[in-house]
Design a binder for this molecule. Structure first.
Ligand SMILES: [Zn+2]
Ligand SMILES: [Zn+2]
Length: 766
């Protein structure tokens, strides 16, 4: 018999009846029960039937559901004589807080049905859709404890709410045109349909608008209007970083991006994340939406108000663009605006018109962002639609833990026993407004999930604001090294609790020796780690600026290469057009006098240096820009030369590996070939291949010493899909079992889960 735990959006979406039908089909005996945070199935039958049954669970689950994990255990048979649905029995201490769910097809149909009493109602929802986490004040989940508490239901809504056969039965945010919240334009008298009309007119005129959605405000404009996009870039001080897009519907979407089958399901899923997809050549989207970028980040409307912006059944429908920019409405570095006050203060200098509404957002939630890797989601930002779905650990853990997360792309994680709840995306903790948002969100989530942490896990970096927040809580602080946390998070996501090797390739993380780590091979288990190998250390000159100015790293490599001969260095700097004389002198001064320098094994910075040497990006206007465009260059080369087989820089590799990944010779070779005039795109590809070769050598070396064949890939550098694919393939070809991320980001947005894992393991070891 099998014990199956299904975690995900399996509540209020007809999941249990579906399981019962499936069991009947294959002659399975047993039970299905709603356990609050997951659905538990006991299934008894012969082997083939059980196999078909579990396959069916994954393949044919109801459209509105989303299975996050499916854990299967073999257990002894019981004497079931039928398959039955057991009434909900919430297990003590297991809390289910649903993520927000995008407007469903039934509600969308009603929204545009002139005869329906919710015709054009911007807040239409039902049992299967609508806001959840973002409107919750406290548990249990009842209307009074949500932002809907201040909107008493009218008689008609109340009737639906209490009728078990109605599709709005027990739907806490249910409302209608008579009793629901209202949309309005900030600073004017325009309300309801007139307010939406005004926003549509502004968009048609090429203006910038702000729109309050589910988890915060968006900034929006016509994505096919280059001037409007340029205006938004200027006002938001965002010269290059791509903007996310929202398309009216699948039809409009298919005009701008290529949509593989596996992407279709994600795009239309109840989570409605932003998905990165290859743009079509003849796409009508303005070039400055995603500059020189082969991909576009796209999503479909998930709040009814967004559908109404595209379509209002009036004369402007014909003029409305089908593709809009929909980017988080926040001042650079700060969290997404979620109140009228914040919007007035921060968005009125950017947006010409602000459309708000009076349903309070209790907890901010940015849009989730993901790519697709090997036919599966590859998360970049895990937030709306996914948070706070728990990761279930199949370990008998006892205890309550808060993990405060990292400094950039912060999200935190609360854990109770075997359930680990990653929070929505909070932001970059270098901004004090984000620090305040972090504290607020921790308080609210603790109360919603009824978790009272005994211990708080944090990054040991002495200057991180997150560490300061952790220390203020008055709880024991448990420090978890940054890259150790990365590997643990990948293990947790893959339900791997033993011992693994881990390649943590990352931008910046505080090393136990005080250096800046980020190109590490670790040996890891839940309670300890060992640094096994790393890339060759190099000097970073210029403190924090280095991560934005890759040319400094390139100059430093030249400086070492020419053994401090400044004239030779500058000659090459000029040849490669790396820096001005002043910039060059500043770096030289630091290197010569050892001022503002640090030792580093950061793979992220290595990418920046390579990008600069190849003339792809000397500086970055946003985090990771130089590395991203280096990846694009390599991918472009590969796309144009699919038959290319020349494999490596160093085909006759006789040097034996000794624990240091030989990255300096890679940089040396890049430089030599670049100066010989070789194609930079080809060299970008070589750089990836050469780095993969070194990672493989280090892994083989560690495997020989430890006999561990499992290896996890984590860290922000593994957002690079080309690198991840090449590394995985190389390792698998050499007998490794490779663990990669899927629904937890490989970047710093994912480390809180790893921190929580370490802290929980520590509590349970004592
Ligand atoms: Zn609905
Ligand atoms: Zn009503």
């Amino acid at each position: 018999m099998l014990n199956i735990k299904v975690c995900g959006i399996v509540q209020g979406v007809g999941f249990r009846p579906f399981v019962a039908r499936l069991a009947d089909e294959f002659g399975i005996m047993g039970t299905v029960a709603n356990k609050g945070s997951y659905v538990e199935i006991f299934a008894m039958g012969d082997e083939v039937a059980l196999k078909n049954f579990t396959e069916g669970l994954k393949m044919h689950a109801p459209k509105r559901s989303a299975i996050i994990s499916l854990d299967i255990l073999k257990v002894p048979d019981k004497d079931y004589s039928e398959f039955s649905i057991i009434e909900s029995e919430r297990e003590e201490g297991k809390i289910f807080v649903s993520p927000d769910i995008a407007v469903c097809e039934d509600c969308k149909r009603e929204l545009f049905d002139k005869n329906n009493r919710r015709y054009l109602h911007p807040f239409i929802n039902c049992t299967a859709c609508g806001p959840r986490l973002t409107i919750l004040d406290a548990m249990p989940y009842d209307r009074e404890r949500t932002s809907m508490g201040e909107f008493p239901m009218c008689d008609k809504c109340e009737k639906e709410y209490f009728a078990p056969e109605d599709r709005r039965y027990d739907a806490q945010p249910v409302c209608c045109n008579d009793c629901g919240p209202e949309v309005y334009i900030l600073g004017s008298n325009l309300k309801g349909k007139e307010a939406i009309k005004a926003v549509r007119r502004a968009i048609i005129r090429g203006e910038i608008v702000a729109i309050k959605g589910i988890g915060g405000f968006h900034l929006s404009c016509d994505a096919t209007n280059e001037e409007a996009v340029a205006k938004l870039r200027k006002r938001k001080s965002r010269p290059v970083k791509p903007f996310a897009l929202m398309a009216k519907d699948m039809d409009a979407l298919s005009k701008i991006v290529k949509i593989p089958d596996e992407a279709k399901d994600i795009i239309e899923s109840p989570q409605k994340p932003i998905l990165l997809l290859p743009r079509k050549d003849n796409s009508p989207v303005a070039k400055n939406v995603a500059i020189d970028n082969p991909n576009l980040g796209v999503m479909l409307p998930y709040a009814p108000i967004q559908s109404l912006i595209f379509r209002l059944d009036d004369e402007d429908d014909a003029l409305m663009p089908e593709i809009l920019i929909m980017t988080s409405g926040n001042p650079s570095g700060a969290p997404i605006c979620h109140t009228d006050e914040e919007a007035k203060e921060s968005l009125s200098s950017i947006a010409d018109v602000i459309l708000s509404h009076n349903r309070r957002i209790r907890l901010r939630a940015d849009d989730s962002v993901m790519g697709i890797l090997n036919n599966a989601p590859y998360m970049i930002r895990r937030s709306r639609g996914y948070a706070p779905l728990p990761v279930m650990m199949n370990i008998d853990f006892k205890g309550e833990v808060l993990a405060i997360g990292g400094e950039l792309k912060n999200s935190f994680c609360l854990a109770k026993n075997e359930l680990f709840y990653p929070s929505p995306f909070i932001g970059d903790m270098t901004d004090l407004r984000s620090v305040i948002a972090l504290k607020d969100s921790v308080n609210l989530m603790e109360s919603l999930l009824e978790i009272r942490p005994e211990i708080v896990a944090a990054d040991p970096h002495p200057l991180y604001n997150t560490s300061a927040v952790a220390k203020e809580l008055g709880l024991p602080v448990f420090f978890v090294q940054h890259h150790y946390a990365h590997i643990l998070s990948c293990m947790a996501e893959n339900h791997e609790y033993g011992e693994v090797l881990g390649l943590a390739f990352d931008g910046t993380g505080y090393g136990e020796d005080g250096a800046i780590w980020g190109g590490e091979l670790l040996r890891v288990n839940a309670t300890s780690y060992e640094r096994f190998a790393h890339i060759e250390p190099f000097v970073l000159a210029g403190g924090d600026k280095v991560s934005r100015e890759g040319y400094r790293i390139a100059i430093q490599f030249l400086y070492e290469e020419f053994e401090g001969d400044e004239e030779k260095v500058f000659e090459t700097v000029k040849k490669l057009d790396l820096a001005t004389k002043e910039e060059f002198s500043a770096v030289m001064f630091m290197l010569n006098n050892n001022i503002n320098t640090a030792i580093s094994t950061s793979a992220g910075r290595l990418f920046d240096g390579a990008s600069a040497i190849l003339g792809i990006r000397k500086c970055s206007t946003f985090e990771g820009e130089a590395a991203i465009y280096l990846e694009f260059a390599a991918e472009k080369f590969l796309a144009e030369n699919p038959e290319f087989t020349e494999d490596m820089f160093f085909p006759n590799n006789s040097e034996s590996f000794n624990g240091i990944m030989r990255t300096k010779r890679i940089m040396r070779e890049l430089l030599k070939r670049r100066l010989n005039g070789e194609n930079p795109n080809k060299l970008a590809y070589f750089f990836h291949k050469a780095l993969v070769f070194e990672m493989l050598q280090s892994a083989l070396w560690a495997k020989e010493k430890t006999n561990i064949k499992k290896i996890a890939l984590s860290g922000g550098v593994f957002q690079n899909q080309l690198l991840t694919t090449l590394t995985k393939k190389a390792l698998e070809n050499n007998g490794f079992h490779v663990l990669t991320h899927s629904l937890i980001p490989p970047n710093d947005g994912g480390i809180a889960l790893g921190q929580a894992f370490a802290a929980m393991a520590y509590l349970n070891k004592k």
